[in-house]
Design a protein around this ligand. Structure first.
Ligand SMILES: NC(=O)c1ccc[n+]([C@@H]2O[C@H](COP(=O)([O-])OP(=O)(O)OC[C@H]3O[C@@H](n4cnc5c(N)ncnc54)[C@H](OP(=O)(O)O)[C@@H]3O)[C@@H](O)[C@H]2O)c1
Length: 330
């Protein structure tokens, strides 16, 4: 008998994408080479858009949502993977062009899989998820640029109480940087202090008019907000500093000027997690394994069953989720 299991599926309803739970079987899955039993997925901003219908994330329908997977290989036609291997998958078009992680089983291409570092449980891997792995990509990019230095100068994290932000605060602080957290939620200050932020900036201060060159303050920054926030951060970055930008929680525009770049040699580093090459992914996961404090990770994480997804999706799009949400699949 073919066992049925529940999946969060986005379908076309009267020309619009609509998400809901559907019963599927292994026969419905794509014909990729590695069958993974999914233990956990996670909730990212993009998942919120897909499940709430607030954004068109799926580019073909029907689509199983969920951009993240941690689980165990069950069957493999690839010599790279064997039953029992613990794996993690982030991005690669999951939930956009490829079926994603909100399902008990998924078939995946071998090259999408990363071997889970021994340091992490399957649950911790999804407490990190795409948001946390993107934070690590940002931190690595800033360190490669070579301007931020532990103990010297301030590093700003915007959208600090969100998933990317919380992990970036925690990682930067564990590496010894002086971390300033920009948040719109004053009630998260104690939480962010616990993750390692030393001071705070109300996000409203970065949301206003953008003067092209402002007082130099940040030696580096991780920005997941975009729009006027990113433009103001660039205008406040020190000579030769760099900003790693990965998000658009505040908007996808960039209403700034070239002055920070041409008069202060400020660099804007773009960070994409979805199609990042495997070597960059493996390095980001090593950074997390070596430097992310497990207690801080636990402090920033809530675990929810898959049935809570519709409510959680609305919540993350409204900017009301703190830290990271793990979705328990089993
Ligand atoms: N480039 C990539 O590959 C990649 C990967 C992962 C995520 N992202 C993007 O990064 C962003 C953050 O993702 P996430 O999963 O961390 O989402 P999240 O948990 O919802 O965090 C976003 C945070 O941004 C702040 N925020 C929300 N709305 C805002 C607004 N209107 N103006 C200013 N700040 C606002 C809030 O922080 P406070 O409450 O602290 O103010 C919120 O917690 C999203 O845009 C996501 O699409 C991109």
């Amino acid at each position: 008998m073919t066992e049925a299991f529940s999946a969060m599926m986005v379908e076309d309803v009267d020309g619009k994408p609509r998400a809901g739970f559907r019963e599927i079987t292994k026969k419905d899955l794509p014909d990729h080479d590695v069958l993974v039993e999914v233990s956990y997925s996670s909730l990212n901003y993009k998942d919120g858009l897909a499940v709430s219908g607030k954004g068109r994330i799926a580019r073909r329908l029907p689509m199983v949502a969920g951009i993240d997977i941690s689980g165990t290989v069950v069957e493999s036609r690839s010599s790279a993977w064997a039953p029992g291997d613990r794996v993690v998958v982030n991005g690669w078009g999951l939930s956009e062009t490829e079926w994603g992680g909100y399902t008990r089983f998924q078939r995946l291409k071998p090259e999408w899989l990363i071997r889970l570092p021994d340091a992490f449980t399957l649950k911790e891997a999804m407490a990190i998820g795409t948001a946390g792995y993107t934070a690590a990509l940002c931190v690595n990019a800033l360190e490669d640029w070579g301007v931020i230095q532990p103990g010297k100068g301030e590093v700003l994290v915007t959208g600090a109480a969100g998933g990317v932000g919380s992990t970036a605060v925690s990682l930067l602080s564990s590496k010894g940087y002086v971390v300033v957290a920009s948040t719109g939620r004053a009630e998260t200050h104690d939480y962010l202090r616990g993750l390692g932020a030393t001071s705070f900036l109300d996000r409203a201060e970065l949301a206003g008019e953008v003067r092209p060159l402002q007082k130099e303050r940040w030696s580096g920054a991780v920005d997941s907000v975009g729009s006027t926030t990113l433009a103001n951060v660039l205008a406040q970055t020190v000579y030769g500093g760099a900003v790693a930008a990965c998000g658009l929680a505040g908007g996808n525009d960039l209403p700034g000027s070239v002055f920070p770049h041409i008069l202060r040699s400020v660099t804007l580093i773009g960070v994409d997690s979805v199609h990042a090459p495997t070597a960059k992914r493996e390095r980001a996961w090593r950074t997390l394994a070596d430097h992310l404090d497990r207690q801080k990770l636990a402090a920033m994480t809530e675990v929810h069953p898959m049935k809570d997804l519709p409510e959680l999706a609305k919540s993350i799009v409204a900017g009301a989720v703190r830290g990271r949400v793990v979705i328990e699949i089993a």
